[in-house]
Design a protein around this ligand. Sequence first.
Ligand code: PXG
Ligand code: PLP
Length: 440
Amino acid sequence: MTRLHNEVGLDAYWMPFTANRAFKANPRLLVSASGTRYRADDGREVLDGISGLWCCNAGHGHPRIVDAIARQAAELDYATAFQVGHPKVFTLAERLADMAPGDLDAVFFTNSGSESVDTSLKIALAYHHARGESERTRFVGRERGYHGAGFGGTSVGGIANNRKHFGPLLPGVLHLPQTYDHEHQAFSRGQPEWGAHLADELERIVAVNHASTIAAVIVEPFAGSAGVLVPPVGYLERLREITAKHGILLIFDEVITAFGRLGAPFAAERFGVVPDLITLAKGLTSGMVPMGAVLARGEIRDTIIEAAPDAIELFHGYTYSGHPVAAAAGHAALDVYRDEGLFEQSRSLEPVLENALHGLRSKPHVRDIRNIGLVGAVELEPRPGEPTARATEAFGRAFDRGILVRTTADIIALAPPLIVEEDEIATLVEVLGEVLDGLD
Ligand code: PXG
Ligand code: PLP
């Protein structure tokens, strides 16, 4: 069979977050997808163990979402969101406000997680300014946090490789310690018991900088990109207490954690902790059309609007904010999540994935296994002197055996679509186990 990449030039496309030379020497092309499966250009099926890239929560090609997109493109392809609107974006905002925890009932649309993060940081600054606290300009992120690739998200992010070539970034950003500790947490099922005290570092940051200079703290409820770092019991609660005490906004970056990944609409609900702002993307449209959003407490929006003269209140937005085709996809994705009970299904599959994954404990090179919701990770011992090589090789071998996983450093992550079947979870973990058996 002629493989597609023999016919398609590979040079022009500069691939994101990819080893371009390695890819082009050994390309992997996906040509179609349906349900939990991709098809590669050599005709093989590949079981999607990572929901595309943590986004296709309803699986691939869901006919209701496909249909909504096609109809919307034909009916109203584009409408500017600046001074003009269209109905579906208002109704989608209402639905999200209704789903959101607490009083987070203001919705600002973006086109990606990165844009949502930058938007949330700008809203935090504008809010403090509107309250007459313009000196609150510092942000607090966390080591090993990932908040997208914009300058704001890169600044509050805590992954050194993502930051090192890009200069001083935003001024005044501080970082909390990460929450993972191998000695105290290895092989935890769900939330580790140890580590709530790590949130107290925020008190130290406040003591050194004074609360009146700090605008917001941003964290992922569980850190996804850095390798599935699950929050210790009590940690998020403690962050909420300390931020509230000091008038600091708390932003949950729920780009990965929302829309059923944790068996609930939002991680905020799963953990019972309500932040001031939530960033969204990915599962909002089940990955079918780019779309992101920021949910804010109504009081935050009202404060910014009321403090401004009767003109544009927040000088921020994107050409494609609330794009009609994305809004239609968002409605359809929420319909599918509701009608197919996918958040509940995710919750009921959580122990299935947990038990299967922890069954890999005695496989070669395994340093840790952790899980929460429909997410898990296997951390490998790095090869001496060759960090990341072992997991990168595991990724390639897994793909060749028909499963798509995600790796970061020497960590292999699994986060299958919420429609995954129990026997597919078994297959994912079994194949991963065989891959580990074969690794040097
Ligand atoms: N915040 C979080 C918590 C994310 O996980 C973003 C922001 C940025 O979203 P966009 O849509 O701008 O990419 C993300 C994205 C990985 C991986 O390796 C994860 C993401 C992106 C790329 C790779 O796990 N998450
Ligand atoms: N650059 C130029 C020259 C533009 O005109 C615009 C938008 O009008 C942008 C960047 C921003 O693009 P977007 O609104 O799609 O983020």
